[in-house]
Design a protein around this ligand. Structure first.
Ligand code: BJW
Ligand code: ZN
Length: 243
């Protein structure tokens, strides 16, 4: 299976990757679903919504600040580096991620499409103020504020991520769909494949005759369309695949 996957990848003309929370699990970033995927007693559907934020912004901000701290300390793992290496080798054309953790960028991936935003970016709930806390080096200061306010207009700031019921960034989504139509192979790594429209991406590749290679510790909603399923941790499997 592994040798077959490596051969298909080496022969592909336009390979892309589609990643989810599982690729960052070995970096110590918790996933959303599954036994270790919970934040206290909350489910993502209870926190990652605009309704939750207007009902209880403090609770939602506590969740994001907890993750910001955790993610700021996390380093890319072998899977992130393997994808950056494959891009450098000219095999992989893009990484489409549902993750907000910045670890693909840190590993060196150049053509990165972030479908659900980025946890280090914040934006105002009323005006068009935006800030990247990593670029402005103000993360620590920011984390000390209880309810972060816009420096322009004083309104509440929010994480620049996509919550349930919100549209995905238009340009990123159309670029992702375009890449999927063009791809002859897709590596689907560490995603439950339950959240749409992101989960359409592997189906588009499949419908256009492309090969779907899935890497996951367990079967997902996308396993039925996988041509090859490699069971295991993303870092370990990707490490072996590149050998
Ligand atoms: C390992 C591993 C290891 C563990 N190695 N593997 C049909 C079509 C379109 C939309 C819908 C639809 N049906 C329903 C909807 C609505 C909804 C939706 O999809 N709901 C479903 C839950 C049913 N979608 C939306 O609301 C989206 N917006 C939308 O549709 O807008 C329409 C609209 C248009 C115009 C105007 C207005 C509206 C938005 C979805 C936003 C999702 N946001 C989140 C939060 C982001 C911010 C944050 O990070 O806090 O995105 S929710 C959460 O789920 C996050 C993730 O990106 C996303 C996907 O999760 P992921 O990455 O798959 O993680 P897990 O935890 O689920 O899985 C981890 C996997 O890793 C598992 O399989 C493990 O086995 C594996 N694993 N360790 C390898 N070491
Ligand atoms: Zn503002």
């Amino acid at each position: 299976m592994m040798a077959e996957a490596a051969k298909l990848l080496a022969r592909s003309k336009f390979a892309i990757a589609f990643t989810g929370a599982g690729i960052s699990a070995e970096s110590g970033v918790p996933t959303f679903r599954g036994k270790d995927g919970l934040w206290m007693r909350y489910r993502p559907e209870e926190l990652a919504t605009p309704e939750a934020f207007s009902r209880n912004p403090r609770l939602v901000w506590d969740f994001y600040k907890w993750r910001m701290k955790l993610i700021a300390k996390a380093r890319p793992n072998r899977a992130h580096y393997a994808l950056a290496k494959l891009e450098e080798m000219g095999i992989l054309k893009a990484v489409i991620t549902q993750n907000v953790d910045d670890l693909h960028r840190e590993a060196g991936t150049k053509n990165l499409i972030e479908l659900h935003g980025n946890i280090f970016r914040v934006r105002c709930t009323s005006c068009d103020y935006r800030e990247n806390l990593k670029e402005s080096c103000s993360l620590e200061e920011f984390l000390r504020e209880e309810l972060p306010k816009c420096p322009n207009c004083g309104s509440l700031l929010r994480p620049d991520v996509v919550w349930f019921g919100e549209p995905l960034p238009e340009e990123e989504l159309s670029e992702a769909f375009k890449l999927a139509r063009r791809a002859d192979l897709i590596l689907v790594i560490g995603t439950s494949g339950l959240v749409y429209p992101a989960a359409y991406i592997p189906y588009i590749v499949k419908e256009n005759g492309g090969i779907v290679i899935e890497i996951n510790v367990e079967e997902s909603a996308l396993t039925p369309i996988a041509d090859i399923f490699l069971r295991g941790k993303a870092g370990e499997v990707m490490g072996t695949l590149l050998e």
